[in-house]
Design a protein around this ligand. Structure first.
Ligand code: CUA
Length: 155
């Protein structure tokens, strides 16, 4: 076989791979509605504990089947540590950190954010299956990092 044949084959392979990657990206962003967690606002970490809505962390209903969970991350706990929602609830997590960078990952879901002091992170997820979903900090944040956990209970 001539060298050019190999070159053409590798070029074609590159083209096919690139096209496949773009199609996957298009399908996951438009078809599956997967987006990066949104940075929606800024908040002063020094006064975040007295700034709404973070002065009252917790779950509130914002519509039929729709909830907002306001969560404050701090060394080394989430406030609140546990939330309970009914099956099918669409929950918007609005969260930030009061001190250092923390992670916010709910196991078994695609909720995965960073909690950055000064920034408000937001992500929405619909819990279609009942169960206990572990919430963990997945950014190393100091001595108590491995104990920084919480729970979303869907019943
Ligand atoms: Cu908070 Cu690791």
């Amino acid at each position: 076989m001539k060298i050019e044949t190999y070159e053409k084959a590798y070029l074609a392979l590159g083209g096919v791979t690139l096209t496949a990657a773009l199609l996957v990206l298009l399908y996951t962003s438009v078809g599956m509605d997967i987006h990066l967690p949104t940075h929606i606002a800024e908040v002063d970490p020094a006064t975040v504990r007295t700034t709404p809505p973070f002065d009252q962390p917790g779950l509130r209903q914002i519509g039929p089947g729709r909830y907002e969970a306001v969560i404050l991350g701090q060394v080394w706990a989430f406030l609140p540590q546990e939330i309970r929602v009914p099956v099918g609830a669409e929950v918007t997590f609005t969260a930030t950190s009061a001190d250092v960078i923390h992670g916010f990952l709910i196991a078994g879901t695609r909720v995965n954010m960073m909690l950055i002091p000064g920034q408000v992170s937001r992500q929405t997820y619909t819990f279609r299956r009942p169960g206990e979903y572990g919430l963990i900090c997945h950014e190393y944040c100091g001595l108590g990092h491995q104990g920084m956990v919480g729970m979303v209970i869907v019943e």
